[in-house]
Design a protein around this ligand. Structure first.
Ligand SMILES: [Zn+2]
Ligand SMILES: [Zn+2]
Length: 263
């Protein structure tokens, strides 16, 4: 039995939990340990039980509390060699991860406590952003957020996963007419920014396979998207390729999602 919870999702802070009775991991620590604990406690889980942290990139909404969390809970932190260099100098993490970092290489599988995971590079405006393909004791996940465009690698890993946690950041029409400055709009929409609902729909159509069971839409913009628009776009894409049975959920930004259990 595998459990998945989104503890927070979006520019306000990202943190995701995958675990079973024996082993568990977090992806990114963009919210505080106390909040993580409170949200896990609702499901009789705790931060102290977490075994490892996988990190995607150095933007604050993904690592703001990684240093404090590591100091307090002393968990292994998996980052690419390039990201390790950045975090060693980053004010949120410098000196606070020493002794806990385990370096990974994009495209190369790492195994820890029976969990197999492969980071893969994605285009984003950070030093070395990765998505993750995770084989969690036979339940396979692709986690991909903060990515400017759908790459062959993204499609490849999504095409072999049972569960997708994929960014669906913005509605292009809302971005254009929304409140952001022209510079910020350009940053979001360009190839090193974020995935639009349409790009995510394209990804779902391209990577659909009969083993796909659930899709969780993450990192929704508060200003340039709504859960309903993102959901409808992804639902239409899945339905157009035969994925009517796939469970679909737009993850909430500022609170935990329900607990999802996969048998
Ligand atoms: Zn982000
Ligand atoms: Zn980012």
């Amino acid at each position: 039995m595998t459990k998945f919870i989104s503890l927070s999702s979006g520019s306000n802070g990202n943190c995701y939990y995958i675990g079973n009775e024996q082993v568990s991991l977090l992806i990114d620590v963009g919210i505080g340990g106390r909040t993580i604990n409170r949200r896990l406690a609702g499901h009789d889980l705790s931060a102290a039980q977490v075994d490892m942290v996988l990190v995607t990139h150095e933007h604050m909404d993904h690592i703001r509390f990684l240093g404090g969390f590591t100091q307090k809970y002393k968990k292994a932190v998996f980052v690419t060699g390039e990201l390790h260099k950045v975090l060693d100098r980053h004010f949120a993490t410098a000196g606070r991860l020493d002794g806990y970092v385990r370096e990974t290489t994009p495209g190369v599988q790492t195994e820890c406590m029976g969990v197999k995971f492969t980071p893969f590079s994605v285009p984003h405006d950070a030093r070395d952003t990765v998505g993750y393909y995770i084989d969690f004791f036979g339940e396979t996940f692709t986690f991909v957020t903060d990515v400017g465009k759908v790459t062959d690698d993204v499609v490849k890993y999504c095409s072999i996963s049972n569960r997708l946690i994929v960014e669906s950041n913005y509605d292009p029409g809302m971005l254009v007419t929304g409140p952001y400055t022209p510079e910020l709009k350009k940053r979001i929409a360009e190839e090193h920014g974020h995935l639009s609902n349409e790009q995510t729909a394209d990804l779902l159509r391209r990577s659909w396979h009969s083993g796909l069971k659930s899709v969780f839409l993450c990192h929704l913009s508060a200003n340039n998207n709504t859960p309903a628009i993102a959901f409808d776009s992804a639902r239409a894409a899945l339905n157009s390729v035969g994925g009517e049975e796939v469970t679909l959920c737009a993850l909430p930004r500022r609170e935990a999602s329900p607990l999802f259990i996969f048998d």
